[in-house]
Design a protein around this ligand. Sequence first.
Ligand code: AMP
Ligand code: MG
Length: 328
Amino acid sequence: MVVLGIESTAHTASVGIVGEGAEVLGLASDFYRPTAGGIHPREAANHHVEVLPALVGRALDSAKVRPGEIEAVAFAQGPGLGPCLRAGATVARMLSLAWERPLVPVNHCVAHVEIARVLSGLDDPLLLYASGGNTQVIAYARGRYRVLGETLDIGIGNFLDKLWIGLGGTFPGGPALESEALQGGERLPLPYSVHGMDVAFSGILTATLALHAKGAKRADLAYSVEVTSYAMLTEITERALAHRGRDSVVLGGGVACNGRLREMVRAMTESRGGSMFAPPKSLCVDNGAMIAWTGLLAFRAGVTTPVEASGVEPRQRTDLVATPWRPE
Ligand code: AMP
Ligand code: MG
């Protein structure tokens, strides 16, 4: 079975094609880059509309698959930015109608879990999902993926991006901050904001910019921000493991590309006798292959949607999505 998946929840327009064993046959992505500030939903959606048709062609070419061999068309239904979601859903509906193939709706967060789960070979890991807009600890329990902990304000990636722009840099902030942090060594005092299973970042943002205004070195600020915020994520992940009686973690989301975060979570899981798995970066960030793979799981379990009922759901909650491919 071969399934094509379309991702367009935020910055990334991406088309992936996967086979029965989660092999990625083709993957083509294009990223909207705001010229200033953060993401503008309508501009991002215009970007996706422009690039998606060519991405479909590139994915098919690289997979050496003909449209007739695609058995289902999956798309990210939510959560995400409405205009961006609609751009991807429209292309998916069109392909579904043109190729006369079923349309399969996929939850974006569940897709991050499923691609990491299959690549890791771990049966029931927790997911630490750290991306631009989302920061969640997700685990499977009683027929659903459940959000055990999450950010109370902004997503960690958006926090790092805002912070880096505030320190005089440009979008995206996460990777640049990572290099800068490697030059730093002094840990400056920043708020450590863990509330039970949840975290918050806006206080650290304010405090960091205040230290910057007082002349603190950018490298030390970058180092302190990374150490503080990744320790917060590691702590809530460990607490979730303890509650669930589990020891293994998979990572997802763009911030999961970060070497320091990977090492901190690895050290924590190993100290508990478990393991940590992070997918290759192309499958950590938003991508069409994870949508295609989750679409394949869903389609095999009988999930499809008529085009008329395939509306996008910008606020779709992870724990409201049925997962009939997983045993209760
Ligand atoms: P996503 O929303 O999953 O597409 O991820 C995008 C976010 O990941 C942006 O906020 C980036 O700044 C962030 N990001 C990408 N690479 C890294 C990195 N190496 N370290 C920290 N954050 C990163
Ligand atoms: Mg994502």
